[in-house]
Design a protein around this ligand. Structure first.
Ligand SMILES: Cc1ncc(COP(=O)(O)O)c(C=O)c1O
Length: 436
């Protein structure tokens, strides 16, 4: 088996090091560092080559944006062709069909019997902001319910909806009003009994003032948490009971990552609104709000929008992404990749006490590192040591979790089996080292 990883310089290498001084001087420091100290020259599939010629296996997938892999030739070709024709008009100035075609495809793919429509935006946060605006206008209510460990973005409203204080909220308040947080009992930490949720909710906010519950069917940044059985069904039932709209944030877990196009399909639930982003545009800035058509039926035109929303380059890329997922059977491949990940991680769990939990759906798989399996005490220092070892040995792997003690895999399912096993060997070696 020929190796994909190639480390031929110190990490970072001399060419990457050339950018350090200017980065320190000119890039706003609040952005922080990068997971990889090496600068990319080229991406292909699941492989990143840096400016020194070092080759890495990329398990970050651009923070989950690369379901179809780096620089998929069909995406590249579609974007090239579009650039040569026109790069921008604003759909509300001069329309183009790729916007319509994409909305049609997304509306047809969305689960449930109700007729759907869609609107496009630039980022995940922008999709969530618009879902909230729409839910408020549709219900005439202000309240928004969110959940423990949630991540919804970094704009003022979505930062408020996000759980973790540092770094996301820092000193950036005052925060948006009318956001209420409820527990999200997950398989590793089932914090509450589902039957208590309604009482917890009614103690926090009068449900008759709530416009929407916004929930990640499987949490991303919050630690790849999977809700306990029955939780999402219970959320749907509470929404129905109190006239609240159920909004699923599938920005990280959608577009096939869990083995179904929409993660919520695993539960056979029809949300009122679904938000997608990340892999939809294969890294080009594109998000979508897909909703029951009746919701915005009576809204005046022009009440949502934006200059760049649904840019033609992004729409063309997204149409290819949808096609590639189908043609290359990437939903099935996501499941296979997930099986390989889980099987190797379970093996690591049997060898290393610090692996407290292995969990995931489809290719969205994580391990949680703990100091003590019984107490489940988070071990964030071990996670950063693993990440550090992996980068130096040719694997880019991100963390997650409110306590930063989760290693999560956001690799593109286009990764080959050999590449996946090679990356997992490196993670195994890292865990052996940090377990000593
Ligand atoms: C679940 C979820 N929602 C919202 C967002 C925000 O998306 P963006 O960074 O594109 O604004 C993210 C980003 O990581 C996310 O994972």
């Amino acid at each position: 088996m020929s190796k994909s990883i190639l480390i031929k310089t110190s990490i970072p290498g001399p060419e990457s090091l050339k950018f350090v001084k200017d980065r320190d001087r000119y890039v706003a420091s609040a952005l922080g560092g990068s997971l990889s100290p090496c600068y990319i020259a080229k991406g292909e599939g699941a492989i990143v080559t840096d400016v020194d010629g070092n080759r890495f296996i990329d398990l970050t997938g651009g923070w989950g944006c690369l379901m179809v892999g780096h620089a998929h030739p069909k995406v590249v070709q579609a974007v090239k062709e579009q650039v040569e024709n026109f790069t921008h008009t604003d759909f509300t100035a001069v329309p183009y069909n790729s916007y319509v075609e994409l909305c049609k495809k997304l509306a047809e793919l969305a689960p449930g019997k109700s007729e759907k429509s869609a609107c496009l935006f630039n980022s995940g946060a922008e999709a969530i902001e618009n879902a909230v605006k729409i839910a408020r206008a549709a219900t005439g209510r202000a309240g928004i319910i969110v959940f423990d460990n949630a991540f919804h973005g970094r704009t003022l409203l979505t930062m408020t909806m996000t759980h973790k204080s540092m770094p996301y909220k820092y000193k950036y308040g005052p925060f948006a009003p009318e956001v209420y947080r409820l527990p999200y009992p997950n398989t590793y930490r089932p914090s509450i009994d589902i039957k208590d949720l309604e009482t917890i909710m009614t103690n926090v906010v009068n449900p008759e003032t709530v416009a929407a519950m916004v929930i990640e069917p499987m949490q991303g940044e919050g630690g790849f948490n999977i809700p306990v059985d029955g939780f999402l069904e219970h959320i749907r039932a509470l929404c129905d009971k109190y006239g609240i709209l159920m909004v699923t944030d599938e920005i990280q877990c959608g577009v096939g990552r869990t083995g179904k196009f929409f993660a919520i399909e695993h539960w056979n639930i029809e949300p009122d609104i679904i938000c997608l982003a990340k892999s939809l545009g294969s890294g080009l800035p594109l998000s979508a709000v897909i909703l029951k058509k009746e919701i915005t039926g009576s809204f005046p035109g022009g009440t949502i929008g934006g200059t760049y929303v649904g840019n033609p380059l992004c729409c063309k890329a997204a149409l290819q992404v949808l096609k590639i997922i189908e043609e290359e059977n990437l939903l099935d491949r996501a499941v296979e990749v997930g099986q390989q990940l889980k099987s190797r991680f379970m093996d690591m769990r049997s060898k290393y006490e610090i692996v407290g939990d292995v969990r995931g759906m489809g290719a969205m798989v994580a391990i949680e590192l703990v100091k003590d399996r019984a107490a489940k005490t988070p071990a964030p220092d071990k996670v950063s040591a693993v990440i550090d070892y992996c980068v130096k040995h040719g694997v880019l792997v991100p963390s997650a979790g409110i306590n930063k003690n989760v290693l999560r895999i956001l690799v593109s399912p286009v990764i080959t089996d050999d590449q996946l096993q090679e990356a997992l060997d490196v993670i195994d070696n890292a865990l052996a080292l940090v377990s000593e």
